[in-house]
Ligand binder design. Structure first.
Ligand code: HEC
Ligand code: HEC
Length: 387
């Protein structure tokens, strides 16, 4: 895929392989289990049509479990030149998203996976990318199962899920085998490998951050109102703050023309409104509030990667509705979807540029310690994972 910059990351991971892995190393040593199998699968490029892309390619550990290549706003698939229409979100902390439900009191949908919530849970989510033509592009479930059956961890897979776990004799077998692959991935995504809670914010606490970060924290939870949607307090879904309430909103983000050019798709992205069954225009333009943990590691920002830097998106929150405030001095471009734009909680926050920078500094305090070595059992000849 010609991914510039990935060699550095790969080298870091290879270097990491000699270090001791806390958490999952024990699992792998003590026995083969679902999370450990999920790790083998998550980093396995042989499960893509070109043998060049794994889940980790677009959700790489040192890139906040998001796309490590910032050359494009969206990710290139296994087939060269094919791009998805949305930016890769973090696969970390996604495990905490509840099953989708409508919160009637707040008037909002909550939970689910993907920017538009179209998969209810991680297992359903994990079945998507293998077969998505602009991602791993495998032709069908059977070919994914067969690729796992040809892998170095095939017998481990059978040891965990049963002797016929990779059978494709009947359609029912294939469906069950494919399901178990997704179950293993979801189990891995639910471990502390992804959900580390080890940032300065966690370890030092908000009152021991740098002075600028502390100012940013005050703004984040005060004048800038960020915590209305990105709560900095423990919520109902985890014992620690997740910096998302998993609700949906239309921030009024403009069309990203670069994405339209890359995909050749110029249609309006209605987000949640189109994903609901039946589709509901009352929710057009809404996307799920993402976690802000590790956000500094994963530019660009927004579901379509419209903002290149954290500063850009914070400036947008602050000045979307203030004429002449866009970078370069003009007005911000109009929203892609004009319906349902949130004008109550953002758009004209009255922050100074020093205050904007303080918020960016605070967001940088949410970066976890570098993730541990991938918990792989690699026989001789199986190379270390790379993006
Ligand atoms: C080509 C890049 C690419 C590959 C490969 C890929 N993903 Fe993704 N992933 C994305 C994009 C883009 C989205 C958001 C798509 C959307 O919302 O419509 C996403 C969404 C997700 C989400 C939802 C996160 C959230 O907060 O809603 C999870 C979890 C995830 N991927 C895990 C995986 C797993 C597991 C695999 C391998 C089976 C995988 N991804 C392969 C690009 C990729
Ligand atoms: C009304 C709810 C709401 C408020 C208030 C809010 N956000 Fe968001 N935030 C969202 C939603 C929804 C998205 C995803 C929108 C999209 O991509 O279309 C998002 C996306 C982001 C992203 C991009 C993350 C990524 O991975 O691409 C950042 C950074 C961010 N918000 C920071 C902030 C900050 C800083 C504030 C306060 C200045 C703030 N948010 C206030 C709902 C909110």
């Amino acid at each position: 895929m010609g991914k510039h910059g990935r060699y550095v990351l790969a080298a870091l991971v290879v270097l990491g392989l000699v270090l001791v892995l806390p958490g999952l190393a024990g699992a792998a040593k003590g026995g083969i289990n679902k999370p450990w199998l999920g790790a083998q699968i998550y980093f396995d490029k042989n499960l893509s049509i070109g043998g060049n892309q794994s889940c980790a390619s677009c959700h790489w550990p040192t890139a906040g479990f998001s796309e490590p290549d910032t050359q494009y706003p969206v990710s290139e698939g296994s087939i060269d030149g094919l791009f998805g229409g949305r930016s890769s979100p973090s696969a970390a902390y996604a495990a905490f998203s509840p099953l989708p439900f409508f919160d009637a009191k707040a008037g909002t949908w909550v939970g689910g996976q993907f920017w538009d919530g179209r998969a209810p849970d991680l297992v359903t989510q994990a079945k998507g990318p293998f077969l998505n033509p602009v991602e791993m592009a495998m032709p069908d479930e059977e070919s994914v199962v067969n690729a796992v059956a040809d892998s170095y961890y095939a017998n481990d897979f059978r040891a965990v899920f049963g002797p016929s776990a990779l059978s494709t004799v009947t359609v029912v077998d294939t469906t069950a085998s494919y399901h178990n692959i997704a179950v293993a991935i979801a189990a891995f995504e639910s471990t502390g490998y992804f959900n580390r809670f080890s940032s300065d914010f966690d370890v030092l606490g908000p009152n021991k951050l740098t002075a600028q970060q502390q100012e940013g924290y005050k703004l984040f939870t005060g004048k800038a109102m960020c915590d209305l949607c990105h709560p900095a307090k423990k919520g109902p879904y985890a014992a620690e703050p997740l910096f998302t309430d998993f609700s949906y909103d239309n921030l009024g983000i403009p069309v990203n023309e670069e994405v339209h050019t890359l995909t050749g798709d110029h249609s309006v992205d209605r987000g949640l409104g189109a994903a609901l069954v039946p589709p509901d225009p009352m929710h057009d333009g809404k996307f799920q509030v993402p976690t802000l943990r590790n956000v500094a590691l994963s530019p660009p920002y927004g579901h379509n990667g419209y903002f290149a830097t954290l500063y850009d998106i914070v400036h947008f929150y602050n000045t979307r509705d203030v004429p002449g405030s866009a970078p370069g001095g003009g007005d911000w471009d109009p929203p892609e979807v004009t319906a349902n734009v949130n004008t109550a909680e953002l758009g004209d926050l009255g922050l100074t540029s020093a205050e904007e920078l303080a918020i960016v500094a605070f967001l940088e305090s949410l970066t976890d310690t570098p993730p541990p070595v991938p918990p792989m059992k690699r026989p001789v000849g199986v190379p270390a994972p790379t993006p």
